[in-house]
Design a protein around this ligand. Sequence first.
Ligand SMILES: NC(=O)c1ccc[n+]([C@@H]2O[C@H](COP(=O)([O-])OP(=O)(O)OC[C@H]3O[C@@H](n4cnc5c(N)ncnc54)[C@H](OP(=O)(O)O)[C@@H]3O)[C@@H](O)[C@H]2O)c1
Length: 329
Amino acid sequence: MEWICKEYGKADSLYYQALEDVAPKAHELKIKVHCVGLNFPDLLVIQGKDQYRPVLPFSPCGEMSGEVVAMGEEVAGFNIGDRVFAGGMVWGCSKSEVCVAQQNVYKVPGGMPMREAAVLPCVFGTAIHCLKDRAQLKAGETVAILGAAGGVGAATIQVAKMMGAKVIACASTQQKRDFCLQNGADIVLDYTNCDLKQELKRLTDGKGVDVICDPVGSQYSEPALRAIAYDGRYMVLGFTAGQIARIPLNLPLLKNCQIIGVFWSTFGRKFPAKNRRNIQQILDWYEEGNIKIHVDAAFEFSDLPQAFAALEARIIKGKIILEVRKGSN
Ligand SMILES: NC(=O)c1ccc[n+]([C@@H]2O[C@H](COP(=O)([O-])OP(=O)(O)OC[C@H]3O[C@@H](n4cnc5c(N)ncnc54)[C@H](OP(=O)(O)O)[C@@H]3O)[C@@H](O)[C@H]2O)c1
């Protein structure tokens, strides 16, 4: 079976239909899918609101985990039956079987469940690219994260802690803030109900925040930027709250700070080897027991529209998956 988007629109206009059998191309692995990982950008892609506008019809979602069932003749280093995950494809993964280029495929470490592997690439790939490559975060610096209990947010908390930062996690509900503390945040803040500039200044003893990660946008961006430290880096990740903030350009001048864009999927396409090294770092941290992947909700494969509705409802902590093969591990 597969989910197909035939016209851009809401998730309830997607089609669930029988899947045609396809053979892998020379550089591809064919994977029997166990779990599909959902990300906020998937909602934007099906609505035609993302930077990527796939040619219609297409299957939504860009990451999954499963088992290798066939391989093209140029594929090396994998075997039939390997447990694998793949990410960075942006779309094409809501299928019971997918063919994926070897460049996007990783082996699942022994102790990692399939449901966790399916959601690793996008959020952890984005978090490490943001903090390591783009912000060049240094140990001892302070990082503030907006929407910190979401997928990207929760991954960013953990990567920031592994890089030796102090983390201020901003989230809208007490449940989400408790989740951020369990994920390693040092301080939590209800950013939806405070003077964000004043609070971030207060929490940093007036110095301001070294690195601010913003996947939310709208009315939160400007007050957060006004609380940045001298030489700070403001990381633009996304706009879940709906609006792209318009920032007065005197602010980066006055603060002597940088406003830096982060676009993980483009980075992965342009620099696949660097991206693989980043993902390998996350896998190493996971195997050392230093990274936790929280899957908050699992939906049956036939319930993709309901899963998208849960993502849109702003209730998920961490990640959400589709279980294509129930009980998979
Ligand atoms: N730049 C990149 O390379 C890259 C890669 C992946 C994702 N992204 C972007 O990063 C953002 C987060 O993605 P995600 O998958 O982590 O999303 P997510 O799991 O749904 O989390 C998003 C968080 O945004 C906050 N939020 C504030 N207003 C919201 C609203 N009106 N509706 C929904 N959420 C709202 C919520 O936290 P509170 O309730 O605490 O406010 C929520 O936990 C998206 O904009 C996505 O497009 C960017």
